[in-house]
Design a protein around this ligand. Structure first.
Ligand code: PEP
Ligand code: MG
Length: 630
């Protein structure tokens, strides 16, 4: 845990965690305390066995009913894919193997039902937690939810109070997926939940996935922050930097309020003229077209991206089915893979890619080949000392040609059903690209031999996320159709700062002049070959970065669906020639991330695009933005 007491106000506390869902929330805290129930160990007499088993069966029935109710609510709130979290819970509470083990403990070990449930489900949790796969480790929280639900019935405890009576930020040691859904059930703005701040949890936890689907800012891994916060305390939840500030001083508060407005710019319900469907994006004030597309990480986001597209295009009074606007600039295909734990077959992949191509046609979708490795480790895979510098992305695909070819064929086959682009992650060396392109040719020949259709002209790009690739972008440019700059990795590899490490989060500075120079090199190399350069890392959605990225000549921004409107509004507010002068000035003069930021703030301030940022936000210690990352 890290917290500092602000010098101006003794009561101000700052906690650092990890951002699980972006955005900024400001409001009163609601401290949600759920004492974890435990089943006491004692012996029961054989005559009590039947009664205990009956109590257990009735608890299971009640749990199923409640989970089904929550699942339906979740379906309304976040759609089917995300609500399937509760289907998985339902399966767990219907798993006869587990239920039988509990019955046996009651019957043969002569234990009360509550204790049998506690021991059996705790063992299941321990098994999940001991695994290699971080996603499975976080699934242990779902078992906790079921365990606590059953214990509550068995110990006759009252219902948890997951309800608020005014807009609040939920502060808790941990939340279950059900809590997250129940807190967000109110449709009424006066009792709406504003965000979640949790001591525990991870960015891949179900609560984090739900928070993203609900569009609620959230910070996890705040260690024991909740201990120091009371209901009613004023808090700022900073899902941009992964911070929680309690009882902020006026200066900090004002700064955040301004930043919140900046984020909200263009996010209103009003029709947005800033999205120009005919150019698939937004125009700068002086008319320069810039493409905007969306990033898709989890299956659960498909519906959100679609809804955002329809709502934006609908408000621009255009037939969403006929305009190429708002496609997908990055589909992280590995996420569909990791969530299912099993390598999907070519057919399964093709079904997914084809579905996306059809849904977004005639807009383009960009399928990135699997980027496993790094922090996205497959179960049972080899343990590496430095996974981020290890067997990752295209390196794995090239070593596993059968898997790679199956994915390439699946993507190619989908290309007949819409407009599909493909790109390779973690390219470092031109030989890797040459080999990947050879496999692509091989995949095409295999399909031709099988008389399968595909789009032979499907555009192929590479991610620029390793400094070596940015420095040699001119070598790569002739071989590809586009670059997509992955600023998340480009920043970590350029600055040697692990993107997921709390301890050095403040050093993770995407607006570092060194990172900007690499972005510039990439764009210049792309344009020299008449190719496009996209930014698909988190920097693309970061409000302060818009003027400098526009100025550097970025052709396309791919951002989270929730960021499209505000990005379009920001692009529309900027003159591209002025932005170019700003970018040149920054590259020439700025020596540190803080100087970059200061120049941008002055640029925005001079044009009344933003009044003022407080020192609290400008200061280097709060500038290291944590990533929304698995
Ligand atoms: C990136 O590195 O910026 C990127 C978009 O890829 P990912 O976050 O999936 O590593
Ligand atoms: Mg990356």
């Amino acid at each position: 845990m890290s917290f500092t007491i602000d010098q101006e106000s003794e009561r101000t506390l700052r906690f650092s965690g990890i951002s699980a869902s972006r955005g900024i929330a400001i409001g009163p805290a609601f401290r949600y305390q759920r004492t974890l129930l435990k089943g006491e160990d004692h012996a029961i007499s054989p005559s009590e066995v039947q009664h205990q088993i009956e109590r257990f069966e009735s608890a299971v029935q009640r749990a199923r009913k409640e989970i089904e109710k929550i699942r339906r609510l979740a379906e309304q709130k976040v759609g089917t894919p995300a609500s399937s979290i509760f289907e998985a819970q339902m399966m767990m509470v219907s798993d006869e193997f587990i239920l039988d083990s509990i019955r046996r403990r009651i019957k043969h070990e002569l234990k009360p039902a509550a204790y049998a449930v506690d021991v059996e489900l705790s063992e299941q949790q321990a098994l999940l937690k001991a695994g290699e796969n971080p996603i499975m480790r976080e699934r242990a929280d779902d078992v906790e939810d079921i365990k606590q639900r059953l214990l509550r019935y068995l110990l006759d405890r009252a219902k948890w109070h997951s309800k608020i009576d005014k807009p609040s930020i939920i502060i808790a040691e941990f939340l279950t997926p059900a809590d997250a859904i129940l807190f967000s059930r109110s449709e009424d703005r006066t009792t709406a939940v504003l965000g979640f701040a949790l001591d525990g949890g991870g960015v891949t936890s179900h609560v984090a996935i739900l928070a993203r689907s609900l569009g609620l800012p959230s910070v996890v891994a705040l260690h024991n922050a909740s201990e120091s916060i009371n209901t009613g305390d004023m808090v700022i939840l900073d899902g941009e930097r992964g911070e929680l500030i309690v009882n902020p001083d006026q200066e900090t508060l004002r700064g955040y309020q301004e930043e919140q407005q900046l984020f909200a710019l263009g996010a209103s319900e009003s029709p947005i003229e800033t999205i120009d469907p005919s150019i698939s994006g937004a125009r700068t004030r002086d008319g320069k077209p810039i493409t905007i597309s969306m990033n898709l990480e989890f299956g659960s986001e498909v519906a959100i991206a679609e809804a955002e597209r329809t709502s934006i295009l609908g408000s621009a009074k255009v037939d969403a089915t006929r305009t190429p606007a708002l496609g997908l600039g990055l589909v992280r295909t590995e996420h569909f893979l990791l969530l299912n734990e099993e390598l999907p077959t070519e057919e399964e992949q093709n079904a997914l890619y084809e579905d996306l191509a059809k849904r977004f046609a005639p807009a383009e979708i960009t399928l990135r080949t699997f980027d496993v490795g790094g922090d996205k480790v497959l179960a049972g895979s080899y343990r590496e000392d430095n996974p981020f510098l290890g067997w990752r992305g295209l390196r794995i695909s090239l070593d596993e040609p059968e898997i790679f070819l199956a994915q390439l064929r699946a993507i190619l086959r989908a290309s007949c059903f819409g407009k599909v682009r493909m790109m390779f992650p973690m390219v470092t060396n031109i030989d890797e690209l040459r080999r990947a392109l050879k496999y692509l040719e091989q995949a095409k020949s295999q399909l031709t031999a099988n008389r399968e259709d595909f789009d032979d002209g499907l555009p192929v790009g590479i991610m620029i996320e390793v400094p070596a690739a940015a420095l040699l972008a001119h070598v790569f440019a002739p071989l590809i159709d586009f670059f997509s700059i992955g600023t998340n990795d480009l920043t970590q590899y350029t600055l040697a700062v692990d993107r997921g490490n709390d301890l050095i989060a403040t050093m993770y500075q995407e607006l570092h002049p060194a990172v900007l120079r690499l972005i510039q090199l990439t764009i210049v190399a792309a344009h020299a070959e008449g190719k496009k350069a996209c930014v698909c890392g988190e920097l693309g959605g970061y409000p302060l970065a818009t003027p400098v990225l526009v100025g550097l000549g970025v052709d396309e921004f791919s951002v989270a669906p929730s960021q499209v409107r505000s990005l379009a509004a920001r692009i529309h507010a900027i003159d591209s020639t002025e932005a170019e002068a700003l970018a040149n000035d920054i590259l020439k003069n700025a020596q540190s991330p803080n100087e970059v930021k200061q120049e941008i703030l002055t640029f925005l301030g001079d044009r009344q695009l933003m009044t003022r940022y407080s020192e609290a936000i400008v200061g280097p210690s709060t500038f290291g933005k944590k990533l929304i990352k698995r």
